[in-house]
Design a protein around this ligand. Structure first.
Ligand SMILES: NC(=O)c1ccc[n+]([C@@H]2O[C@H](COP(=O)([O-])OP(=O)(O)OC[C@H]3O[C@@H](n4cnc5c(N)ncnc54)[C@H](O)[C@@H]3O)[C@@H](O)[C@H]2O)c1
Length: 329
């Protein structure tokens, strides 16, 4: 299944799709892609970490509502449930709201799926593996998560979302798909959301030192957003997907290597500033994507260098940055 052939294989012109979190970073790219395949797309988003201007013009309805208390919705063929803050400073700013969104928000979308026999895809996260003792992380790994730490509202919230989703499938036979998304970056990221790539790119363009937490030897894998969207799409459209699937780029880089790459791409030296490692920060993260390769014929294609170049172009076009919502980390 190539990207080009997807349009023929999956003609979405007769499908109505609800996209929660469609004003956010990943959701807005997914909305673009669904519209390009002919789908009718509605967005439900409370704009807590997303922006109205991210929602593409072709979207039919855009509701400004809380996913945990949704309005009366029409029946959809498919629900892509992405609504949830994803950046640590943002989700930690109101941990109760985060947990409520992750769990109650998921329950309300599962109810929609149950009532209308809609297929539903749940956006889970690599954070459900916590600070992993197994490397790289396979879907069979149960994780190493602190249930009462500052990241728990998100990590445990998403774990609970996977649990209740799987129980809805067991009890009601709903068609649920779970994707575990690893660190994703690209154009349209919020420059102030406190994620590592957006932080570094913003700081580099503002001639500020790059903030490195710890000594920078911790590793991450970075997936470019178009690759991720392709994986989400395939997970939502294949005939069956009964097991959770990791979506991420298995190429592993240390934070120090990432700063070096940005320096190299920009062509001038950048200063670094070191700060203490946040509590419960995972030391290593890398997806094992054998399952996605086998079940979705999916593999990321964009190198970190190319992805950073595209992200820099997008950030440059938006520079100087204006934190519009006052939630600077
Ligand atoms: N970006 C990543 O690297 C990453 C990694 C793992 C998982 N994910 C998951 O992917 C999804 C999207 O992440 P993103 O990076 O686009 O984040 P984002 O913060 O840019 O987007 C999330 C969107 O959800 C909306 N939202 C939040 N709470 C809501 C609520 N209660 N009701 C309605 N809308 C609400 C926000 O306004 C925003 O538009 C999330 O579920 C996240 O957990 C993202």
């Amino acid at each position: 299944m190539t990207r080009e052939s997807l349009r023929e294989v999956y003609d979405l012109s007769k499908r109505t799709i609800l996209l929660t979190g469609g004003a956010g970073f990943i959701g807005s790219h997914l909305a673009d892609r669904l519209l390009s395949l002919g789908a009718t797309v509605d967005v439900l988003d409370n704009f807590s970490t997303g922006y109205a201007h991210n929602i593409p013009k072709g979207v039919r309805n855009a509701w400004k509502e809380d996913v945990a208390a949704p309005p009366k919705l029409p029946a959809y063929d498919l629900i892509f449930h992405l609504a949830c803050p994803a950046s640590p400073p943002r989700y930690q700013a109101d941990p109760v709201a985060t947990f409520r969104t992750a769990v109650y928000g998921t329950v309300s979308m599962l109810e929609e799926a149950r009532k209308n026999r809609s297929r539903i895809l749940l956006a889970s996260t690599s954070e459900i593996y916590g600070d992993p003792l197994e490397h790289p992380q396979k879907e069979t790994y149960w994780g190493h998560v602190n249930p009462i730490g500052p990241r728990s509202c998100y990590d445990e919230g998403k774990r609970a979302a996977e649990t209740i989703g799987t129980d809805y499938r067991r009890k009601y036979g709903i068609d649920l798909r779970i994707v575990r998304i690893f660190n994703t970056y690209g154009p349209r990221m919020d420059p102030f959301d406190g994620r590592v790539v957006s932080n570094f790119v913003r700081q580099a363009l503002d001639n500020l030192p790059l903030t490195i937490y710890g000594d920078g030897s911790q590793s991450r894998s970075f997936c470019y957003v178009s690759d991720l969207v392709e994986g989400i799409l395939r997970a939502g459209l294949v005939d069956r997907l009964d097991e959770p699937v990791n979506l991420g780029n298995p190429a592993e880089f240390t934070i120090k290597e990432l700063t070096g790459l940005i320096e190299d791409v920009l062509g001038h030296p950048l200063k670094r500033e070191f700060k203490p490692l946040p509590e419960d920060d995972p030391r290593r993260r890398r997806p094992d994507i054998s399952r996605a390769r086998a079940l979705l014929s999916w593999t990321p294609e964009v190198s970190l260098r190319d992805g950073i170049l595209r992200t820099l172009d997008d950030f440059r076009a938006r520079h100087p940055f204006h934190p519009t919502d006052g939630t600077l980390p």
